[in-house]
Design a protein around this ligand. Structure first.
Ligand code: IPE
Ligand code: IPE
Ligand code: MG
Length: 253
């Protein structure tokens, strides 16, 4: 089967390309239910869409990190069978795609909480991290059993333990210190926070890192998401005026 022709990436000044895109892969269940299918069919559809998103980031050039929200710390509330499917599916997606991602020079990393995560998923994540460790292209952060609050709690626990041991002084704690205790201390701040599916909320994704992210919400459900949607989001991002709290007075003397 030949691959359908893909749209070319927009020409954008490199200065306005987001360095880090956070992607909430949402709307799978609704996509399936609208078609009279079990929710899991929507998740299955998302597999090739995620790979397309990685390709879009590569084609854009300048995107260094793509963080994909695949399973949240709140998703354990779902039915036992959906949770079981999502765990097995995450493991299989990693196994199916790690070689091709490696060939594309993608570095795969995991961000998330260890307790409760299936050991087989953890093993696949570790294998993918190991294989792609030295790659220099896009970093794909698979956020599995990830929650922004959980990440901050885990960071505070580790920091407090170091303080109790006398390794760090409480009055020396800065934003940089806290960052060192996050799941991925090397993760840059999120520039573009992208959520398809029509929901307009963060759902506990990368809370610390998204403090100054530009939010782009789209109505498309994730299984229908294409490279063009990613390009449209980046074009919208490129038009935003990011001030980070600063201001310029055009009429000041
Ligand atoms: C996102 O799609 C996938 C995960 C949360 C794992 P959903 O399963 O949340 O789909 P909707 O939002 O119910 O349509
Ligand atoms: C966020 O989507 C989590 C993932 C996409 C993995 P949810 O569907 O779980 O979030 P809510 O329930 O809409 O907040
Ligand atoms: Mg959802």
């Amino acid at each position: 089967m030949t691959e359908p022709t893909q749209p070319s990436p927009p020409q954008i000044d490199p200065e306005f390309i987001p360095r880090h895109i956070a992607l909430v892969m949402d709307g799978n269940g609704r996509w399936a239910q609208e078609r009279g299918l079990p929710r899991t069919e929507g998740h299955r559809r998302g597999e090739s869409v995620l790979m397309d998103c990685v390709d879009a980031c590569i084609a854009l050039g300048g995107v260094e990190w793509l963080s994909a929200y695949a399973f949240s710390t709140e998703n354990w509330r779902r039915s036992h069978s959906e949770v079981r499917f999502l765990m097995g599916f995450s493991r299989d997606v990693l196994r199916r795609h790690r070689d091709e991602l490696h060939e594309k020079n993608v570095r795969i990393v995991w961000a998330g909480r260890r307790p409760r995560l299936w050991r087989s998923v953890l093993r696949e994540l570790e294998a993918a991290e190991e294989l792609t460790r030295a790659n220099t292209g896009v970093t794909l952060a698979m956020c599995i059993n990830y929650g922004g609050r959980a990440e901050l709690v885990d960071a505070c626990r580790a920091l407090a333990a170091d303080a109790a041991e006398g390794r760090i002084r409480p009055d020396e704690v800065t934003e940089q210190t806290l960052t060192r205790y996050l799941y991925r201390p090397d993760m840059p701040d999120v520039d573009l926070f992208l959520r398809p599916s029509g929901e307009k909320r963060t759902s506990n994704f990368l809370l610390w890192q998204s403090a100054y992210a530009e939010m782009v919400y789209q109505d498309t459900l994730f299984p229908d998401f294409t490279r063009q949607h990613m390009y449209d989001a980046v074009l919208e991002y490129a038009k935003r005026d990011r001030r980070f709290g600063g201001a310029v007075d055009k009429f000041a003397k």
